[in-house]
Ligand binder design. Structure first.
Ligand SMILES: [Zn+2]
Length: 70
């Protein structure tokens, strides 16, 4: 059965790791075909930053260095 793509669409995002971009697209709800590209956003997750943030958060939660003495 051919889909005429005349039903409803849903927004979705596709991450392009090689390009470091997030593509925002419209997908046909009936068959899942990509119907339109709405735009692209530069997106590069930085594992180093995430790790540093986690370490800092952990220290603030329970580390002795987080206790402020008068
Ligand atoms: Zn369709």
């Amino acid at each position: 059965m051919m889909c005429d793509h005349l039903g409803t669409y849903s927004g979705a995002s596709r991450y392009l790791r090689e390009a470091g971009e997030l593509r925002l697209v419209l997908l046909c709800d009936r068959c899942g075909a990509e119907r339109q590209e709405l735009g692209r956003v530069d997106y590069r997750p930085d594992p180093e930053v995430e790790r540093a943030r986690l370490a800092a958060g952990g220290a603030a939660l329970g580390g002795p260095s987080a206790i402020a003495l008068p």
